[in-house]
Write a protein that binds this ligand. Structure first.
Ligand code: NAG
Length: 315
């Protein structure tokens, strides 16, 4: 077999599977959510062609051989501050008086070093609170960890470059027991009404690593935008396919937060946007000696897994 043969097999298989998968769209899952926040749509970049969030179709994602992520100082404990900005609750590290280097990421197919700047949450009224969807499925909530490209010096400066930000999208599902990290994080009592007080220091800081999914090896990658504010198209998105989990009681805490008019922040989810000319890449969990067909019931056992599994015997 020539060197090109495995690639040709892959391309043929890709076409076949794409055709098969188009035959069964689930319209109920793809129906747009009823309510959205229209204030954003008037802002400057929000009508662009590279907007976020999107519905990620795993069957059409293209396999990429990105290296693993390296999370630097993610397991360190820094003083942290919560802020209710009227649209979401945001967690920042209190930089004043900190001598240790702040968390940053490298690898994962990113060319530069990206420094952590803040994380925040999206949630909804029912259990449809994630902004991204994977194969039409919406999760109860989503965590965004925002990083800026260190070569631009500051977050604000990085905002105007297409490789300015790297954001993690982490799906949040429900479990019966509390998530311990969120027990420390959910200290919202002093910031429920931002017209009275909008920020508070966390009593017990949460290391960022406690908020990452168990598996950060496999993820989707696409170029998109911020989903709030000006919707700047400067985000390299990483959407992990492994969710984290919190309890229903913990999710309810987010819905008690209010905006600056005193209305309950029951939903802060932007509608999914069209892909236009973009592609979505997928990094499978890399272990070439054991193709990942071990769990056939996995909802994400899709084209990427099948290709890597089938390619193996051909070589
Ligand atoms: C994102 O955009 C950059 C610059 O145009 C490009 O090099 C890269 O391949 C794009 N990434 C994806 C996942 O399409």
């Amino acid at each position: 077999m020539t060197k090109a043969a495995p690639l040709l097999c892959k391309i043929a298989l890709f076409g076949l599977l794409v055709n098969l998968s188009i035959g069964k769209p689930n319209m109920a899952q793809l129906a747009p959510i009823a309510s959205f926040l229209s204030w954003r749509e008037h802002e400057s970049h929000c009508g662009g062609q590279h907007q976020s969030p999107i519905n990620i179709e795993s069957a059409t994602a293209i396999i990429a051989n990105y290296p693993e992520f390296v999370f630097h100082n993610y397991d360190l404990v820094f003083p942290e501050r919560l802020e209710n900005n009227g649209h979401t609750v945001e967690l920042k590290i209190e930089e004043q008086g900190i001598s240790a280097e702040l968390p940053f990421i490298t690898g994962g197919g990113l060319t530069d070093r990206y420094n952590f700047v803040q994380l925040h949450f999206h949630w909804g009224q029912s259990f449809s609170g994630s902004e991204h969807r994977i194969d039409g499925e919406q999760y109860p909530a989503e965590l965004h960890m925002v990083h800026y490209n260190s070569k631009y010096g500051t977050f604000t400066e990085a905002l105007s470059y297409e490789d300015g930000l790297a954001v993690f999208g982490i799906m949040i599902e429900l479990q019966s027991r509390d998530n311990i990290a969120f027990r420390h994080l959910e200290q919202f009592d002093n910031i429920i009404d931002p017209s009275i007080a909008n920020s508070d220091t966390l009593k017990y800081s949460v290391p960022l690593s406690d908020l990452l999914p168990d598996n950060t090896d496999s993820f989707f990658r696409y170029n998109g935008s911020l989903t709030t504010g000006d919707c700047n198209e400067d985000v390299i998105w990483t959407v992990f396919d492994t969710p984290i989990a919190i309890s229903e009681r913990q999710l309810a805490k987010f819905r008690r937060l209010r905006d600056e008019h005193g209305n309950e922040l029951v939903e802060n989810v932007r509608l999914t946007q069209l892909l236009h000319d973009r592609v979505v890449m997928y990094r499978p969990q890399s272990n070439p000696s054991s193709p990942s067909l071990s769990n056939p019931s996995s909802p994400l056992l899709s084209l990427p897994d099948l290709i890597s599994a089938i390619e193996f015997p051909l070589e």
